[in-house]
Design a protein around this ligand. Structure first.
Ligand SMILES: Cc1cc2nc3c(=O)[nH]c(=O)nc-3n(C[C@H](O)[C@H](O)[C@H](O)COP(=O)(O)OP(=O)(O)OC[C@H]3O[C@@H](n4cnc5c(N)ncnc54)[C@H](O)[C@@H]3O)c2cc1C
Length: 465
């Protein structure tokens, strides 16, 4: 347990990317810093340890990105995915400040690698971490420890004492003991509430019981709830979340990146009632993969099945679970315990509608269905070449969008629009200021890194450094 008799300069709650960026920055400024992380040492690093790449602004190609990605293009991409649900001032600040991350991260132990094949067309805009997020987090923890940041694991902050926007102290639990931690400033970097099924049920009803959580079970939103209860201004749609199509065989929590399924555009998807429910070939998968979680969440029992044939297999990155294989469509249906006759007739109808045209997985090709409802706009080849394959799909929640409002100093803004005195937030807990809707691959880390550094700098400044 951390020292209850000592007043730290900066208390950082959380142990992911945003937290460590804040802790390292505050410590380098000269502040005494305490990091409290819920997870055990082995599982430290929250959702950040599942990441692979980070989006950043740059003016020219480097050894690791193939050409420039400037502020305006970055901003346009963000506008495109959010449809305007973003705070332009904070978004542009994030974009501009991201330019220094290409050097800051290696200066703190992160190493880059060239992008691998099949990485969602990110070779221009995103940097890939060697060893992924796990190696990145290990590097940050190592740097923080060497700088003298005090780190405590298996310590859950449960309550914040806040009076009129002024943070006083935190109640933390460790090994059954509760302690009070005092600090001159606090940085809340404890992620979203995506692992809190009862909270998700408030917006999604019983369906949330069938959601799979892609990341850490520790992101329960306890700190988010505390800040909101103490008068922080909420931002973001409470029902909003980033959710993808996941292999239904994935573990309930922490399956990470390898359970995502990219087979959807190359076949058809049916629900438990053996009905297609959306255009599987509407657009390139990187632009659509994040809508499929929500689509599946709206189906009976929150389950769906991706059906493909052997022609499709080479066109997507395999996931960790092998597909279910069958010699016929009826056999595949029986393996999924759905109606075989219905699946045969759905596949027949689809095959009759797939009128040919040149198939090209690299473009929005002209291989589209005719007279099918819903249509399949691209990559509509008949499912006719055995063996046939299928994957069961569940909604996989990556993170939630509800958060607290912040200003450009990462200071939490209260409901009367005044900034809190010494309360800062970084990462997923405030990402809704910038990403009100949709998602840009690699942007979660950008927001957390930029606002983590700002929060660390400003918290240290508040403490007199
Ligand atoms: C499978 C997967 C892949 C992803 N891939 C990418 C990618 O490649 N690029 C990208 O930019 N984004 C990616 N994301 C999103 C990315 O993980 C997040 O945007 C980012 O990591 C959020 O960082 P954070 O520090 O805010 O939260 P987290 O990294 O989740 O850290 C939150 C921390 O707070 C701790 N905590 C929570 N509550 C408490 C409490 N009460 N007391 C103490 N500690 C607490 C948790 O244990 C955890 O350590 C991915 C997410 C997932 C799940």
């Amino acid at each position: 347990m951390a020292d209850s008799n000592y007043v730290y300069d900066v208390l950082v709650v959380g142990g992911g990317n945003a937290a460590l960026c804040a802790a390292i920055t505050a410590r380098r400024a000269g502040a005494s810093v305490l990091v409290l992380e819920c997870a055990t040492k082995d599982f430290r690093g929250g959702n950040s340890r599942h990441t692979r790449d980070i989006r950043y602004m740059h003016r020219a190609a480097t050894d690791f990105v193939i050409s420039a990605y400037d502020e305006e293009e970055f901003w346009r991409d963000l506008l495109g995915v959010t449809g305007g649900a973003t705070n332009e001032h904070l978004a542009r600040l994030t974009i501009r400040e991201s330019e220094t991350l290409g050097d800051w991260m290696p200066a703190n132990g992160v190493r880059w690698q060239k992008p691998l094949r099949g990485t969602l067309h990110l070779t221009r805009s995103n940097l890939f971490m060697l060893g992924g997020g796990k190696a990145m987090m290990n590097a940050y923890y190592d740097t923080a420890a060497k700088l003298g940041v005090e780190l405590h694991y298996e310590t859950e902050v449960r309550e914040l004492k806040i009076s009129d926007g002024d943070f006083l102290s935190a109640e933390a639990a460790c090994n059954g003991r509760i302690g009070t931690i005092a600090a001159k400033a606090i940085v809340v970097a404890s992620g979203g509430f995506e692992a809190n099924i009862p909270w998700l049920k408030e917006y999604w009803g019983e369906a949330a019981e069938n959601f799979v959580i892609r990341g850490t079970p520790h992101n329960q939103g306890t700190m988010l709830k505390q800040l909101l209860q103490h008068g922080a201004k909420p931002v973001g749609d409470p029902r909003g979340c980033h959710a993808v199509a996941l292999d239904a065989r994935a573990p309930k929590f922490d399956g990470g990146i390898v359970t995502r399924l990219d087979s959807v555009p190359f076949g058809i998807v049916v629900n438990k009632k053996v009905k297609r429910f959306y255009d599987e070939g509407e657009d390139f998968w990187p632009k659509r993969y994040a809508i499929w979680g929500k689509l599946i969440a709206e189906q009976p029992e929150q389950i769906a099945y991706s059906i493909i044939d052997s022609k499709a297999l080479p066109h997507f990155m395999p996931s960790v679970f092998p597909p279910i294989e069958a010699g016929s469509i009826a056999e595949l249906a029986r393996a999924f315990e759905i109606d075989p006759n219905a699946l045969v007739s759905v596949v027949d109808e689809y095959n009759r509608s797939a009128k040919g045209g040149r198939f090209d997985p690299g473009t929005l090709d002209e291989c589209r269905s005719e007279g099918l409802d819903p249509p399949k706009s691209h990559w509509a080849r008949p499912i006719d070449t055995p063996p046939y394959y299928g994957y069961p799909l569940r909604p996989g929640i990556t993170f939630t969008y509800l958060g607290v409002a912040v200003n450009e100093q990462a200071r939490v803004v209260m409901q009367d629009d005044r900034p809190g005195k010494n309360i800062f937030a970084a990462g997923e807990v405030m990402a809704g200021n910038i990403l009100g809707r949709g998602y840009l691959a690699g942007f979660g880390l950008t927001i957390g890194s930029v606002f983590g550094r700002i929060a660390g700098r400003e918290a240290a400044r508040h403490a007199g450094f």
